[in-house]
Design a binder for this molecule. Structure first.
Ligand code: C5P
Length: 245
């Protein structure tokens, strides 16, 4: 089964990340390794996950001159990752160089672009010379990502519908900010549903109905007392709402 769920392994070291990953299987989810874990533990840890059969999303958001990004993407692809990302603000030439570095094979790594960081408000954008709203800038950068060969974008589930409608279903929408409904919470230890820093959240089924291709889920799984049980509940919720894949 090709799971739509990407568990964000946001841990400070390999030991704690491995303890969580050991509870999970490549059939039940994909895994995301971000800057914290990669900086602490490096490529060896990514290779460990790939060897276990996981699809790994290497979330390093490259943004540099095209030649440097191209070489970084080649190095990431050599680790056997399933997906990696760049900042669309790096420009068309940078995204094309990233895409070219991944080759043409059916099993090549997928390239997704970050449009506008969700931490940036409209006034933050004005400070860096972008006069559009964050939503307008995100759509413009998604268009640039598509013509530059990216396979999709990282976006809020709230934007997934408009991006799918405008750029087509094949252009992937990878959506963080996923939270479970109260009734699917782990009653024994409802830590995963406590309020946290995510503001524009959506449930798994709503996100998929809205057009999300893949759901990035961190703390609701990684802080649960029984992570596999939370994954099963999400899969069940998706199945019940007709998400057959
Ligand atoms: O724990 P939580 O489910 O909030 O984790 C979400 C993951 O998605 C984290 O790794 C976070 O860095 C990432 N992310 C996000 N919002 C974005 C882009 C990435 O939460 N706009």
């Amino acid at each position: 089964m090709d799971s739509r769920i990407i568990v964000a392994l946001d841990f400070p070291d390999a030991e704690s990340a491995q303890a969580c990953a050991k509870l999970l299987s490549p059939q039940s989810c994909k895994l995301k390794v971000g800057k914290e874990l990669f900086t602490a533990e490096g490529p060896a840890f990514v290779e460990t996950l790939v060897r276990r059969g996981f699809d790994v999303f290497l979330d390093l958001k490259f943004h540099d001159i095209p030649n440097t990004v191209s070489r970084a993407c080649s190095a990431a692809a050599n680790l056997g990752v399933w997906m990696l990302n760049v900042h669309a603000l790096g420009g068309a030439a940078m995204m094309q160089a990233a895409r070219d570095a991944l080759g043409q094979g059916d099993d090549r790594a997928l390239l997704v672009a970050v449009t506008v960081l969700t931490s940036l408000s409209d006034s933050d954008l004005q400070q860096i010379g972008i006069q559009e709203s964050a939503a307008q800038a995100a759509l413009r950068l998604a268009a640039l990502a598509q013509v530059s060969g990216a396979d999709g974008v990282v976006c809020s589930a709230h934007e997934a519908t408009s991006i799918r409608d405008r750029f087509g279903d094949a252009f992937l929408r990878v959506t963080p900010g996923i939270r479970l409904t109260d009734d699917s919470a782990d009653e024994n230890k409802p830590d995963e549903n406590k309020p946290d820093d995510q503001k524009r959240i959506m449930t798994p089924s709503r996100a998929v109905q809205n057009g999300a291709s893949y759901l990035v889920v961190g703390r609701p799984v990684t802080r649960a007392s029984d992570p596999p049980a939370v994954l099963r509940r999400i899969e069940q919720e998706l199945t019940e709402t007709g998400d057959i894949h």
